[in-house]
Design a protein around this ligand. Sequence first.
Ligand code: ASP
Length: 446
Amino acid sequence: MHMGIKVVKFGGSSLADAGQIQKAASIIRSDKQRRYVVPSAPGKRFSTDIKVTDMLYSCYNLAEQGLPFQKELSEIQARYNDIISGLHIDFSLDAEFAEIAKQFRNRAGKDYAASRGEYLNGKVIAAFLGFDFVDAAEVIFFQESGALDSEKTAVQLHKRLSQSEYAVIPGFYGCGYDGYVKTFSRGGSDVTGSIVADAVKADLYENWTDVSGFLVADPRIVENPAVIHTITYTELRELSYMGASVLHEAAIFPVRSAGIPINIRNTNAPDHPGTIIMSGSTDDELSAYTITGIAGKKDFTAINIHKDMMNAQIGFCRDVLSVLANHNIPIEHMPSSIDSMTVIVDSSYLRDCKSQIRTEIIKTVQPDALDSEDEIALIAVVGRGMCRTRGVAARIFAALAHARINVRMIDQGSSELNVIVAVKESDFEQAIRCIYDMFVNSVEEA
Ligand code: ASP
């Protein structure tokens, strides 16, 4: 019988000390299908603690300036030594640390320095589990442009891992085009996990972290929000774009194209099923609450442009947008009416060039009126069930009207997967709470 393969990635807080690593190890050992383990570097043990990755960056910074760094490097070694003694294994990283000191003196690079957090943790965890250790620099490759070389990586990873039934592959780094170690962006071990899952044709990619999955709304705004049981990759994109940050954005692409689901799980609550992220089809199980999630972000500016007969003027929108494009400003939304258009942009892009943009738009399209409004918040209400359920928009706006919140703009994506509303920043939290209540709490009461 075919035994399924699970790739399991553990985040930094799940591996911050020996106790956490023991929890991770019992999760791994409890299921023989959990064959490939991708660890992060040890993260924070308590809120004021420093992640090993950050310690490595600071330490290398000293080395790069030609300053003494041995004390800082010893502090990092002490963290690993604590882990090793807490795991009661007969294992030493002395030779590794001597090599790292040498490489630091030779200016091996910031990426090399940061990658050692995962590398060393991978060594310790492999020793503790009795799994093979596979250095990510030998199996994950980048192109000259800095992007992942997916083809070469898939071939090498597959080749190497087909020789190991159980292995640990450190997250976050690989081999750059120049042969030196190169890292992904911060949080990149999630990406490694996804690449490994794709390469071994895993049945499931489990991403173990310190929360029990994605929440329907931000817990800083809604008290004790429900966990999302299942979410599609597309819905997640809509929500992550608004700032949900459990998983690295790039981690969904390798597994999405291979049709491998991701399961977000909590190392500290291993019995909780967490959130399943999967490719969506209309036959999939619908979200428990019609909507899958609500996410939002403050600090947008609406630029309102009015001109009579705008609709008949060829190239009007293009001309307005080219002004913004010339300043490298991305556009979030663009609601319009027959004689007016609004462009919504992240306010941070306008800080230094607002009046210049205004002048250029006036010069380019000679509008009858042009004004802008700051302190706008955008809220995305996302759900794959929306297109098949009548009255979703009505419920969103009823909730907002009932809470006396004025809606500044409405935008429904063509996929009918999301409704975006813009409100004043001062109404932001209240708006999210009332939409949540309308969809989640009213269902629970029913
Ligand atoms: N350790 C790296 C970071 O702190 C990568 C990761 O944990 O995924 O960003």
